[in-house]
Design a protein around this ligand. Structure first.
Ligand code: 1GP
Length: 240
């Protein structure tokens, strides 16, 4: 079965999903064995791979190594069309629908399409929404787009619904990696209750309780990057 089918199935059965986001640029190869051990001990259900400036050869090597030692689906979460590797299982085919920069709405997708056609990657159309989070994030800086107002729930919902109507299979609410504030729970709730497709939430979640809160609000999959990057024991915090 496809990775997307599994995500749908989990949503149906109310099994919440957790992705660890690995940025190939920030990985210390000497510590990779340790990191892999920690991932295998964690409750993660998916590995997302992406970053702002990833070089392709590192990407392939990293994924090949991870696949040998971790039995989780590896999903590309690309910052641009150079971040495609045939060794992964799937790719979030993102369109930054919160922004109005055509590069990230359709141009990069046009550039990537012929490359993706030559791979066996499962392609998962994803409406990607950047939400204001109390300071400028890398996504904002690189995409040159404005995040959505965190208090304008109606506009955020309309954006998510437009994505769904356009055929997106997932909506991803993004506060930005290392964000000061995570996506507001009221926004997660409002959107989760009014779309049918699965909802991903990430950015600025640095406590285990934050993950649970996002789930309770209606997130189907939560993404953790920085917190795990800074502390490989992040998911064992309750046992400390
Ligand atoms: C970033 O949503 C992810 O794209 C994860 O963010 O690094 O803040 O966990 P953090």
């Amino acid at each position: 079965t496809s990775i997307y089918t599994q995500i749908l199935q989990s949503k149906l059965e109310k099994r919440k999903l957790l992705a660890i986001l690995l940025d190939p640029d920030k990985i210390h190869w000497d510590d990779l064995g340790y990191l892999i051990e920690k991932i295998n001990q964690s409750p993660a259900t998916h590995i997302f791979i992406g970053g702002s400036h990833v070089e392709n050869n590192i990407l392939d090597d990293l994924i090949i190594t991870l696949k040998q030692k971790i039995n989780l689906p590896i999903v590309l979460f690309p910052g641009n069309p150079s971040q495609i590797s045939n060794h992964a299982d799937a790719i979030l085919f993102l369109s930054l629908i919160s922004g109005r920069n055509s590069d990230y709405l359709i141009d990069h997708q046009v550039e990537a399409a012929p490359i993706l056609k030559k791979t066996k990657l499962e392609i998962i159309s994803t409406g990607y929404m950047l939400i204001e989070s109390g300071g400028e994030t890398a996504v904002e800086r690189i995409s040159k787009t404005k995040p959505l107002d965190r208090t304008n729930l109606d506009f955020a919902l309309a954006t998510a619904q437009a994505g769904e109507m356009l055929g997106n299979k997932l909506i991803y609410l993004e506060a930005g990696s290392g964000a000061k504030q995570a996506v507001p729970l009221e926004m997660i709730q409002k959107i989760a209750q009014n779309i049918e497709i699965p909802l991903i939430v990430g950015g600025g979640i640095i406590e285990l309780q934050g993950i649970q809160n996002a789930y309770k609000a209606g997130a189907d999959l939560v993404v953790i990057g920085t917190a795990f990057e800074n502390d490989a024991d992040f998911f064992n915090m309750d046992k400390k």
